[in-house]
Design a protein around this ligand. Structure first.
Ligand SMILES: NC(=O)C1=CN([C@@H]2O[C@H](COP(=O)(O)OP(=O)(O)OC[C@H]3O[C@@H](n4cnc5c(N)ncnc54)[C@H](OP(=O)(O)O)[C@@H]3O)[C@@H](O)[C@H]2O)C=CC1
Ligand SMILES: CC(=O)N[C@@H](CCC(=O)OP(=O)(O)O)C(=O)O
Length: 313
């Protein structure tokens, strides 16, 4: 059976990447509206109600609007936006996050794709909290840098189009300074931690890629876990995953390009045993496992296909 997949927002940054991953795949028929129709509410409503799957690659408000337009109970939705990531009636689309999560996604009618930064943070910390190695009331902090495609078409123009009103030549820009970034509730909820993490994001002058870091003062924890225990917990959590890799910390530097252009997520545990300090580092592509790769992985799981079909490993 061929699955009809409507991509709403197909000419946006994430939508285009999803199309690339679905093109020419057996068992999948992508539905894309013509440029003249793609914002026509009637045409969208028709497409939203006549597909097997809908992937929303829209700003949050437009994603909420699209969900409200769906009347056909057969239609299953994957939302790439922030709109439903902490909604209780949506399944969180991070297959590797919990035992049983892939099965929940496979059965779900509504799946919310994780945010790009939370993907790195949650992959690093959730297994440690689950195993009791880090207390659930620990005051986490997260440092992260992203390529500018993370901000979609408008941020791409800001960095590339010298005619854009907000054109910038900056190399590094820290933001989220009010500590109210839209990804924080999602990080807190799905890590199952007591306090919102202090999130320190930055955007840098490269198109795609991310480095997400979490520092851990192991000496301050009652169980004072070793660096090896932390790394082993992560290895154990992802031992069956083709996309999430735990790599040895045998490098002297980590670069943002490391997983750019792929759908992988790489984790490393650096540290200083004597000082009882660890530095957890995740690399990924904001448009790969951080967006389009995760959406296609979720579609594969929901449609009963090979979970990594169409993905770049
Ligand atoms: N970029 C990234 O790395 C990531 C993005 N996401 C999320 O994915 C979603 C899409 O982001 P991204 O692709 O970056 O954004 P873009 O701005 O690049 O693309 C959004 C697309 O949606 C279209 N659109 C806006 N409103 C409507 C509407 N009412 N009806 C139909 N189409 C509409 C836009 O049209 P037009 O072309 O005319 O502007 C545009 O093509 C967002 O919610 C974002 O938060 C999630 C993870 C990572
Ligand atoms: C560099 C940059 O600006 N990034 C975006 C997040 C990108 C993203 O993934 O947004 P969603 O997951 O919420 O869709 C931001 O910080 O708002």
């Amino acid at each position: 059976m061929t699955a009809r997949v409507f991509i709403d927002g197909a000419v946006g940054t994430t939508g285009l990447e999803i199309r690339e991953r679905l093109e020419g795949r057996p068992g999948i028929e992508p539905i894309i509206l013509a440029d003249s129709d793609r914002k026509d509410p009637r045409k969208r409503e028709d497409a939203l109600n006549s597909s097997d799957f809908v992937i929303l690659c829209l700003p949050d408000d437009a994603a909420r609007e699209a969900v409200a337009m769906i009347r056909n109970s057969h239609v299953r939705v994957i939302d790439a936006s922030t709109a439903h990531r902490v909604a209780p009636d949506w399944v969180y689309g991070f297959a590797e996050l919990e035992p049983g999560q892939a099965a929940a996604i496979a059965d779900a009618a509504r799946v919310s794709n994780p945010g790009c930064y939370p993907t790195g943070f949650l992959a690093l910390v959730r297994p440690l909290v689950r195993a009791g190695l880090v207390p659930h009331d620990f005051p986490f902090s997260v440092n992260a840098v992203s390529g500018y495609s993370g901000g979609g078409k408008s941020m791409i123009a800001e960095f590339e189009d010298s005619d854009a009103a907000d054109f910038t030549q900056t190399a590094f820009r820290g933001y989220g300074l009010g500590l109210a970034h839209k990804h924080v509730p999602e990080m807190q909820k799905h890590a199952r931690i007591e306090h919102p993490p202090i999130f320190m994001p930055a955007v840098v002058r490269t198109y795609r890629g991310m480095v997400v870091e979490v520092p851990l003062p192991l000496h301050s924890f009652t169980r004072r876990p070793s660096i090896e225990a932390i790394e082993n917990a992560l290895r154990d959590a992802y031992k069956d995953s083709p996309l999430v890799r735990v790599l040895p910390a045998d490098v002297s530097a980590v670069s943002i390009e490391e997983d750019a252009g792929t759908d992988r997520l790489s984790l490393r545990v650096f540290g200083n045993a004597e000082r009882g300090q660890a530095r957890l580092v995740a690399t990924l592509d904001n448009l790969g496992k951080g967006a389009a790769g995760a959406a296609v992985q979720n579609l594969n799981i929901m449609a009963g296909l090979d979970p990594v079909a169409g993905l770049v490993l």
